[in-house]
Design a protein around this ligand. Structure first.
Ligand code: CMC
Length: 388
């Protein structure tokens, strides 16, 4: 008692055992259940990765088919949940709305909330995977004043999301397969990343026995910050602010200046000290999508590439091992697809939901203790309340 390891930021503390995701930060390796992220991005798709993360193995063709059709059974939300949106200002940040509406899912499934029952856990997983795109698109529709679009189960996961975002009752959305593929790849690249701040938050919340919908809502809150998932939004705002390649050196200088709080957003990572393998795939996807959409001269992409080139030659970034992370290029793709900047982190949350759920599920499926870090107390010693 009284002798604790002091490890601010949990830089060298393992809080759990896990079999889901492996990262070798020194060598830029990311494996989900043993499979390299580059291969999953190339050969798999998001729902198959979801299956892999939860179940530990890739599905057979039959299992994959059943999994996809069960997700489709759950894409609608309870009509009462639609009313929640009206309580928000139209200009509310969609992450603020997501924190509320995802947590509120807990209020709709009283008959299947005994999470000691494996079946109830499984339905919760399907509900979360299926309803996140619906809720996310509703946030966007609410901000524009357009009617909410019901899901279309004849479309694949990414195509349905694009339909709910961009379709209207008077004009159906024509799914562009290149765009849908790029969205799916963004989902795959964000699906899980072991014990980051939001996943650790989900595990900690879940360790008290809280239900998975509430736990995922806590993950969404943790993800929102600019040091974590909010970085994709911050990157795009930064690139817009830079505005022209000629201003890059000024921003590089600011990032190095310790008296200036500015950091190069989308750069650096707690674990990756060589490169972020997700960023490499993302950069390639960005290239492909911009070509396909005929905007290969996108000025922001030019600025991003030049910023990366200059930073990677700068001794400050080299010595501190700061490389572009997953968020550096994702925003450029999302912007080219027509997704508004305020929705970027929501898309991260949608994709990461399966990672959060898989960690929660892994934890509650074996024996666990409530998470309860200790502290080094640096306050007053005991003192008497003054007499009046
Ligand atoms: N620009 C300039 N300097 C930086 C940056 C940056 N982006 N990132 C780290 N540094 C410096 C930092 O000032 C510190 O310098 P010193 O040792 O002289 O004090 C050193 O590098 C180590 O930084 P740290 O903040 O102690 O590292 P950390 O592991 O605690 O933080 C990080 C990691 C990702 C929060 C941080 O690199 C950062 O703020 N990056 C920008 C935000 C960002 O892109 N976040 C997305 C992360 S990837 C997706 C996700 O996880 O959601």
């Amino acid at each position: 008692e009284g002798l604790f390891t002091y490890d601010p930021g949990f830089v060298s503390t393992a809080a759990c055992e896990s079999q889901i995701t492996y990262i070798d930060g020194a060598n830029g390796v990311l494996l989900h259940r043993g499979y390299p992220i580059e291969q999953l991005a190339e050969k798999s798709d998001y729902l198959e990765v979801c299956y892999l993360l939860i179940h530990g193995e890739l599905p057979t063709a039959e299992q994959a088919e059943e999994f996809r059709s069960t997700v489709k059974n759950h894409t609608m939300i309870h009509e009462q949940l639609r009313n929640f949106f009206n309580g928000f200002r139209r200009d509310a940040h969609p992450m603020a709305i997501m924190c509320g509406v995802v947590g509120a899912l807990s209020a709709f499934y009283h008959d299947t909330m005994d999470f000691s029952d494996e079946h109830h856990r499984e339905i919760a997983a399907f509900r979360l995977m299926a309803k996140m795109p619906t809720l996310a698109a509703m946030c966007y529709k609410y901000s524009t004043g357009q009617p909410f679009m019901y899901p279309r189960n004849d479309l694949d996961y990414a195509g349905n999301f694009l339909h709910m975002m961009f379709g209207t009752p008077c004009e159906p959305y024509q799914v562009n397969p290149v765009v849908a593929k790029a969205m799916d790849r963004i989902f795959v690249l964000h699906a899980d990343h072991e014990q980051n701040a939001s996943t650790s938050t989900v595990r900690l919340a879940g360790s008290s026995g809280a239900n998975p919908f509430a736990c995922i809502a806590s993950g969404i809150a943790a993800l929102w910050g600019p040091a974590h998932g909010g970085a994709n939004e911050a990157v795009l705002n930064m690139l817009l602010e830079i505005g022209d390649e000629s201003r890059i050196p000024e921003f590089i200088q600011r990032a190095k200046d310790k008296s200036d709080p500015f950091r190069l957003m989308g750069f650096g990572h707690r674990v990756y000290k060589n490169f972020d393998p997700r960023a490499k795939v993302m950069k390639q996807t960005c290239d492909d999508v911009l070509k396909e959409l005929g905007c290969e001269n996108d000025p922001l992409f030019r600025i991003a590439r030049e910023l990366e080139r200059i930073a990677l030659e700068d001794p400050y970034f080299v010595e501190k091992k700061l490389y572009p992370n997953v968020d550096f290029y994702s925003g450029i793709i999302l912007r080219a697809v027509g997704i508004p900047v305020s929705m970027f982190t929501v898309i991260f949350a949608m994709a990461r939901t399966i990672g959060w759920f898989s960690h929660w599920h892994e934890m509650v499926s074996s024996s666990y203790r409530i998470g309860r870090p200790r502290q080094l107390y640096t306050g007053h010693t005991a003192r008497d309340y003054p007499s009046k």
